[in-house]
Ligand binder design. Structure first.
Ligand code: SF4
Length: 180
């Protein structure tokens, strides 16, 4: 059953996928400082990013209430290490992959799985937060592993994956927490 899910996710476009126990995942509330530095530009500009998502220790506790996590990664080529547009396009493709996983494997993870992606929601071209309107797709909106304090580098190692996958590539991670 786990093997079938992994095969399916790879067929949808993931580079690798695997299962881990949430008790083994490393969380760190210090990641909130990175979000506050706003290197990605999403801080206070997305309903699914800090500070809108609330206090990080509460989010860590929410994630830790689950037993298992499916982790997956997507690796995309870049023209070079300054290819910002390529990174944005790859981020959008990562978001498309997470939506496909939701649509195809929606029943596999119980009633209330926690789906987390990479670096923000990205569902709308411009988040409704920017104009202070309600979220347009609350059932599909997705927060990030970073927002929930997950150490993504340690998560990659735990899942037997490389955090970086070669020169001129970008790697994004996503996870589905399940089993309350
Ligand atoms: S679905 Fe759209 S409006 Fe809602 S959090 Fe995501 S980007 Fe923002």
């Amino acid at each position: 059953m786990k093997h079938d899910i992994i095969e399916k996710i790879i067929s949808l476009g993931a580079h690798k996928a695997g299962f881990v126990e949430v008790a083994d995942i490393k969380f760190d509330s210090a990641f909130r400082k990175l979000c506050e530095s706003n290197a990605c530009g999403n801080y206070n500009r997305s309903w699914m990013c800090p500070p809108c998502m609330g206090e990080i220790n509460a989010l860590i506790a929410q994630a830790k209430a689950y037993k298992h996590a499916l982790v997956y990664q997507k690796v995309d080529p870049l023209e070079d290490s300054y290819d910002f547009e390529g990174m944005m396009d790859a981020g959008k493709r990562m978001n498309d992959l997470t939506q496909k996983i939701r649509d195809t494997l929606g029943d596999e993870f119980g009633e209330h799985p926690l789906r987390l992606g990479a670096g923000g929601c990205r569902l709308c071209e411009k988040c409704a937060k920017i104009t202070n309107e309600p979220c347009r797709y609350p059932d599909k909106a997705m927060s990030s592993l970073e927002t929930f304090g997950v150490d993504v580098s340690a998560l990659a190692a735990l899942a037997g994956m490389k955090y970086i996958n070669g020169q001129d590539t970008v790697t994004y991670f996503g996870a589905v927490f399940f089993g309350e």
